[in-house]
Design a protein around this ligand. Sequence first.
Ligand code: ADP
Ligand code: MG
Length: 442
Amino acid sequence: TWGQVREKLVARLGRHNYTSWIEPLKLSTLAEGVAQFEAPSSFIGNWVSRNYTDQILNELRASGAEVSRVEFTVTGFAQPEPKKAAKPAAPKREEALPGAPLDSRFTFDTFVVGKPNELAHAAARRVAEGGPVTFNPLFLYGGVGLGKTHLMHAIAHELTARSPELRVLYLSAEQFMYRFVQALREKQIMDFKEIFRSVDVLMVDDVQFIAGKDSTQEEFFHTFNALVDQNKQIVISADRAPGEIKDLEERIKSRLQCGLVVDLHPTDYELRLGILQTKAEGYRSQYRGLQIASGVLEFLAHRITTNVRVLEGALTRLFAFASLVGREITLELAQDCLADILRASDRKLTVEEIQRKVAEHYNIRLSDMIGPKRLRNIARPRQVAMYLAKHLTSRSLPEIGRRFGGRDHTTIMHGVKKIEELIMTDSQLNDDLQLLKRLLQG
Ligand code: ADP
Ligand code: MG
């Protein structure tokens, strides 16, 4: 059966490859020598067909099935089969690119794939394959610590491993601005332009940073266009979707939306556990002989839900501490040693935080949020904050009312209702709420 074959494939391909590529497949039919699989995207279908056809065939045959061919149909939208392109002879340049160093640990091998990040991962993999540019730019976005930088570094590692002559430039938007300002100051702006416009792949991390920085945006826009015109791959990350970045020029927003925009969702329990297991595996060989009681990783995956960086930090500390005191890692030890982290991630969202974020988002004063003004441009954000307070905290309506300058609970109820009605029809409001929820819940 496919179930047994899958188990064989885990052993053959390794857990990581298996979850990335084989797990998403569904065996739809097996008849007349053809095994027909459904893949969630043509990218995954193509990848598996190119890389794992033989292994799948062998294992199917070993299980007694009569097959001579595997085929993939796509359940999502169809994409043209990517073709390996002949490498255009890139002008060979010796000088180092003004990029940021890459973290050698941030590779595809160390990236754990789960539901929340599978699309971003698949898209990153596709870009890392090189070949003709199919979507430009690739725009990755998501909250802090969800793996944007990790994926970008992984793309850079993979591309340069495949094609060492490729000029891959990775840097943060902040560094881009710094280089630009420095070039202006040193009157080397032509050099700056030449360098940035001659790369094969440009990756700019945390692009939201250039919002509101006018001349940097301008330069970024021209660099971007010049590269797209030459059909060079661009990869961008940000903490939110292009349309949601404030003080970013419209023309840049629309440019950023031209390619493929994918988000990294907040982690779920399975992904967190997967990440912990992978890291713990590494630590076990580093701290030889250190025992970890069963249930500890599950406990951490359950309790630390903020972001992956915090999760990793917790595990690092736990192993270091346990090896120092020479004890087995038990639940008690974890609770003891990680008390502060556990407390912080239990922290409840407050009405005040919601008010602050909403006021910031709509550009109104916090005092107006709480005050009596009835102007629509203040009243609506206030209702949004009431709505979020009702839905994201466990406060009662009277308690919420008190935090809105002593308003009556019926006023709060009215505000909440109003937003609930508007959600049905107002897509801008919907976007605002999505963003605010993400910002507030991390
Ligand atoms: P971001 O850039 O989105 O803020 P990072 O890429 O810096 O996040 O990730 C934060 C930390 O979490 C890094 O150490 C990274 O290796 C790790 N991390 C995030 N997602 C994953 C994942 N899916 N698998 C393994 N490690 C991850
Ligand atoms: Mg980052």
